[in-house]
Design a protein around this ligand. Sequence first.
Ligand SMILES: [Zn+2]
Length: 256
Amino acid sequence: MLFDTHVHLNANQFDEDLEEVINRALEADVKQMVVVGFDRPTITKAMELVEKYDFLYASVGWHPVDAIDMKDEDLEWIEELAAHPKVVAIGEMGLDYHWDKSPKDVQKEVFRRQVRLARKVNLPIIIHNREATEDVVEILKEEKVEEVGGIMHCFSGSLETAKQCIDMNMHISFGGPVTFKNAKKPKEVAAEIPIDRLLIETDCPYLAPHPNRGKRNEPSYVTLVAEQIAELRGISYQELTEKTTENAQKLFGINR
Ligand SMILES: [Zn+2]
């Protein structure tokens, strides 16, 4: 079976046909998924979904792009939700310097507060990083992320950055971009990192893998990510999917 570690089945792109999308995932052997919420509406929807479906789990956090909107009550609410048995991680959180809605200092503070919260509730974190690698790594180090570990989601950095993150007890997760023809760096990193630190994801509805690039992404397409990485590493699809599923279950404390 496959474990998709990052889905947004809570996005309105799935309002019309969620049942069919889920059925296609199960038919493709994608049997566990983490639904990621990053603001009030998406966290609320993620919690509804995990109540309804056994095989869905939730991660709850606050997105860096909207850091400016996060109030103390929001963080308190995330802390309350963290006690729910199906909440398996805090995030996505991190830094996003591509968009300038939230100033960098506000993003950093909101990020630090969430890492501290994750350590307090003892859950791994899920990191969103866009054009901010140096600051992300520095904050992870300063905030002692190694105590809880977590995931560098949709990783696109260098092998050197991947190693720095792994040294801090992080996992490296790859999505659709690893299948793109010109994705030299992600392909290199996916081939080289220790297999016990490797995870797969879709980040659906965004970033659909080749040959579905540009279409709405969905969890069944994580099979394409798995095929690509198995090929890059020269191992069987079965070995890759077994190992990445085991890694995800262990990190999230599922089925142990
Ligand atoms: Zn995401």
